[in-house]
Design a protein around this ligand. Sequence first.
Ligand SMILES: Cc1cc2nc3c(=O)[nH]c(=O)nc-3n(C[C@H](O)[C@H](O)[C@H](O)COP(=O)(O)OP(=O)(O)OC[C@H]3O[C@@H](n4cnc5c(N)ncnc54)[C@H](O)[C@@H]3O)c2cc1C
Length: 370
Amino acid sequence: MSGKLNFDAAVLGGGASGTCLCWYLMKAGMRVALVNKQSDETTSTLKAALINPVSAKQLNLNWEAEKSLDEFIRLIKESNADECMLNQNGILRPITDQHLYDSVQNNLKGHTWPDNWFSKVGKEDLKNRIPELCQNYGGLEILVGSTLKPAPFLAHLQQQLVSNGMRIFESNDYRIEKQKNSAVIYLEDDQKIRCDRLVFATGSHLTQSPLWSSLPIYKIKGQTAEFTVSEPITWKQPIIGDGYIIPLNPTTLMLGGTHGLHFNDAEPDQQASTKLYEKFQTMLPELAEHAQLKSQWAGIGVTTPNRLPFIGDHPRNKCYYIFGGLGPKGLLLAPYTAKLAAGNIANKYPLPDELNAERHWSKLRRLGKI
Ligand SMILES: Cc1cc2nc3c(=O)[nH]c(=O)nc-3n(C[C@H](O)[C@H](O)[C@H](O)COP(=O)(O)OP(=O)(O)OC[C@H]3O[C@@H](n4cnc5c(N)ncnc54)[C@H](O)[C@@H]3O)c2cc1C
C-alpha cells in the first residue's frame, strides 16, 4: 500500500455543501481533502439556480436571509466567480390575481424589509419589460435576487481550493475505518487518507448511511425542463410565480421546478415536463404556444422537518460529522451554513440550535434510542 496522507479534515461529497465547506475549512487554516464519488442523484449539477432570499409564494424572508445573501455575495467576490453568475439584475415577481395582490400588500406591510430589496413594478412597466407576460396586476422586483450557474461555480471554487493546496480525490469505491481519534479512508487506487475529522456532505446519499439514517432527512426528486422558443426574447430577468422561468439565452428558457417525495428512480419523467409546460403556459402563454421541449433534468435532493440542514458531530463517533439536508434553496444557504459548520469543526464555535444535529439527537437520547 502506498503512503498515508494526513489531513485535519476530509469532506465526502463535492456538491454545494461539500465544496463550500472545504472553502471555509481551508480559510480556518485546516489541511483539507475532498473525496467525491460520482452519483446520478446529485442536485448541484442543475443548469441554473435562483439566488433568492425571499419566498415567492408568501413573500416572506427566508431563514437568515440577509446573512445568507451577504455570505453568498462575499464568496462570489472572494473567489472571483463573477462569470458563474448568469444574471445579477434581480428577479421579477408578477402578481397575477386579485387574491395574490391583496396578500402581497398585506405581507409587504407586515414585515420590516431590508433597505433596497424590493421595488414595485407597475402593470405597464412589467408589460414593457416582458411583452409575452400573462395578464397581471403589476408586480415586484426582488432587486437582490440573481441567477447562478451552479456547476461552473463549484468547479471554479474547487480549482481555487486546489491551487491553495487542497487535495481532491475522485473515488467510486472506498472504505472507511474508524480509529481512536481519527478515521482512515482506503481509496480504490490503494491511497490511504487519515483525517481527524470526517465530514459527510453526500447529499441524498446521507439517507443510505447507517451513521446518519436515524436523522429525519427525506429524499425529494426535483425536475427542470428547457424549452426553445420560436421568436428570440428581449428580456433577461428570471420570473418567479408558480415555479420559475430562467432565460438561459434568447431562445432557451429553463422552467422549474417540480418536487415530489414519491418516486422510483432519478430519471426525468413526462409527468414533470407536462406540469412544467403548464406553468409555462400560465405565465407566458404566447411564447409557450410555439415552444419545444429541448431537454429535461432531474436530481434527488433532501429536505428536513424544519427545512434547514443538519450540522454537527455523531453522538457516538466524535470524529464523524454531518453537513447535509440543504433543501430547495441549498445553493443560497450553502456558503453561510458552511461557514458556520467550519467554525464549529475548526474552532468549536457553537451552532444555532435550528441547524445543530443535536436538535434530533437529544430527542433520540430522551427516548433511550442512543
Ligand atoms: C429542481 C431543483 C431546483 C433547485 N433550485 C434551486 C435554486 O433555484 N436555488 C437554490 O438555492 N437551490 C436550488 N436547489 C437546491 C440545491 O440544488 C441543493 O440544495 C444543493 O445543490 C445541495 O447540495 P449538496 O452538496 O448538499 O448535495 P448534492 O448536490 O447532491 O451533492 C452531493 C455530492 O456528493 C457526492 N456523493 C454522493 N455519495 C457520495 C459518497 N458516498 N462519497 C462521496 N461523495 C458522494 C455526489 O456525487 C455529489 O457530488 C434546487 C434543487 C432541485 C432538485
